[in-house]
Design a protein around this ligand. Sequence first.
Ligand SMILES: Cc1cc2nc3c(=O)[nH]c(=O)nc-3n(C[C@H](O)[C@H](O)[C@H](O)COP(=O)(O)OP(=O)(O)OC[C@H]3O[C@@H](n4cnc5c(N)ncnc54)[C@H](O)[C@@H]3O)c2cc1C
Length: 486
Amino acid sequence: MYDTIIIGGGYAGLTCGVILAKAGQRVCVLEKGRTLGGAFQCFQRSGMRLDTGFHYVGGVSEGEIMHPMLELFGLADLPWVRLDEEFIEVHLDGKIYHLCCGYDRFAESLTKQFPSEKAGIDALVNTMRGIAEHIYQSVENTSGYENKLMQIPAKAWLDEHFSDPILKKLLCANAVTTDLTPELPLYSFTQSLNSFVQHTYRIEGGGDTIISRLRDNIIALGGEVRTGCEVTAFRDNGEGRIAEVECANGEFFAANQFISTIHPAISVSLMPECPQIRGIYRRRFSRMPNSRGIFTVQLTVKPGTIPYRNHVISLLGGTDPWNADYSATAPVKNMLINFNVPQNPDNTFADNIDLLTPMEYSAVEHWSDSRVGHRPDDYKAFKDAKAQECIELAAKEIPGLKENITAVYTSTPLTYRDYTGTVRGSAYGISKSASAIAGGMLSPMTPFKNLFFAGQSLMLHGMLGVGMTSILVTNVVKKVINGNER
Ligand SMILES: Cc1cc2nc3c(=O)[nH]c(=O)nc-3n(C[C@H](O)[C@H](O)[C@H](O)COP(=O)(O)OP(=O)(O)OC[C@H]3O[C@@H](n4cnc5c(N)ncnc54)[C@H](O)[C@@H]3O)c2cc1C
């Protein structure tokens, strides 16, 4: 019998596991895949390590926004690689712009290029500073500062504070990893920009470095992490509590508490029929829109040919990044180019470059009955054509790229659906919307007294957002255990 069973071995499940194991609990993380990590997992192709999702993150060093969280999870001393002070190079309307790290440099460089926008730039930096200041209060008490910003749509706020269309676009440099929609809350938009402005980092060894450390920390603290354990049902005790979970391999796991980090709609589908759950609750999560998926092209290149770039490149080719068309036939316009840290970190040349562009699930829904390894030829042709389009765009910015590619691998929303179990291949789970009840945040509470939700659908996605959610949810679990709540 465990204290807490955690469903899902992605960043959310493993960080919840570390926090509770550190608090003295006997925890067990159950992951359905053979590999841990969810969107942080890496895979090998021809001896090269490739990343599934996670690429870069902000605010890692001491004094920055994520550092206390990394200390808590035991990740602060990992081989983080700080990116250039001009952390992102943005290509828009035929010109190249940069965003700088450090609040003052960020504000100064923008004000120099857009002097008439000083008031808006100052308001944005003040909002970023406010988020940084309140972040650890936010995970203790969600009714405060962040709730106000969760109810303001970021696009409307930017339209109110800025008039220069180029600057408004430039501030969307992270369009690909932020899932821009007109409903995106100001909190989500600014929190991610703020973390990058503090300083942006990649990590040697990719997402695997983070996931392996989290797993090792849980095990060192007496916890268990199991792969190949797909949870297929929650079983209740008839008194409003979950007693155990059932796995596809026939195993059952009993515990006092359960945290499900998988998509809430899937979690609800695993709950038993009982008086606590009304139909409306079951339908609620499956009706919520999910974020878009991502189409990823992973390129390996000939050794010593393409210099490694220690910054991110963002191409913003469309007219309006907030209402961009990411359907099957739409040309690729917004794309992120990420150079992964070379496998030998002393190497000044790249060995692997990823190209990422959002993609609606509808673009691949036609093939949704197929599974990995058994996809039809027209799906493969669609992927190849999209990959070629992405490579043509990237080649304009990276001299010599096309001639030096040694292999091309691609992932569509269907790949993510099948490998990381996300609903409709969504990259970031349930869409965050300023107009949603509770301003875009979902409660970790469920109709069962000892079952809680965590993970990227709840509050915010990404390493920072998911880490915050894990702290918030485990605080609730600890309070319940101490008899202070419920
Ligand atoms: C292409 C892409 C690029 C990204 N880039 C970045 C980035 O650069 N920086 C950043 O900070 N964030 C990035 N993100 C977002 C970030 O990776 C995610 O927000 C985060 O990994 C979500 O973690 P999670 O644990 O909530 O969910 P997941 O990673 O989806 O983990 C859920 C886990 O649960 C498992 N599971 C599902 N169903 C079951 C079941 N029934 N039983 C047991 N296990 C189950 C899944 O296999 C999976 O391992 C990116 C995401 C994508 C897709």
